[in-house]
Design a protein. Structure first.
Length: 193
């Protein structure tokens, strides 16, 4: 009977090893699939740490339907030369700081057409259209943002902003220029300053 007990124990050990290997394989497949479902953002420069400003949260749903504009595809597009004739205008009655707030709140709320229209022209072109922008940005699951105080230099204002995602914060630096009484979006580059 001891031979039969030994055989039973060997069978149990083999079964447990097979189960452990299968569980490890399943976990590996799930991790791989998750990493393929949400493309990892690439950030150049340093993150915008120590910033103050408005912070927004998506609420209890956890799926705000928004993400930072300019991730992925437009990280490689070169900024265009500023031209007030073609540059994106800051909406009437808004300061650059108010536009940044509105942009981020629109992204978080899933208002992608509105947020897309606030991007500089080169970023809009890199996405192609508002739907493609929305499709890409939605996958990042933006839950909030922080915007630093504006830095003024004559007729130019820069604002560093960081969007929070479940994966990592993503920092951008927005640059605005005032021509006459109108503010324009000059650029939005990855990395906070």
């Amino acid at each position: 009977m001891s031979e039969q007990t030994q055989t039973s124990q060997n069978t149990i050990v083999i079964a447990l090893v097979v189960i452990a290997v299968l569980l490890a394989a399943i976990v590996g497949v799930l991790v791989y699939q998750r990493s393929q479902a949400i493309p990892a953002p690439t950030i150049t420069g340093t993150g915008a740490t120590g910033q103050t400003g408005a912070t927004t949260d998506s609420g209890a749903s956890g799926m705000p339907g928004g993400a930072p504009a300019g991730m992925g595809g437009n990280a490689s597009s070169a900024p265009t030369e500023f031209d007030a004739k073609t540059a994106t205008k800051v909406p009437a009655g808004m300061t650059p700081e108010q536009m940044i707030k509105t942009y981020h709140e629109d992204v978080i709320a899933g208002k992608f057409e509105e947020s897309y229209s606030m991007l500089p022209l080169d970023k809009q072109q890199s996405y192609g259209d508002a739907k493609a922008y929305g499709d890409q940005v939605k996958a990042y699951g933006i839950t909030g943002y922080e915007a630093a105080e504006p830095v003024e230099d004559g007729d130019t204002v820069t604002i560093a902003a960081t969007m929070q995602t479940p994966q990592m914060p993503i920092a951008y630096t927005w640059t605005f220029k005032k021509v006459g009484d109108q503010w324009y979006v000059v650029s939005r580059t990855m990395g906070g300053q």
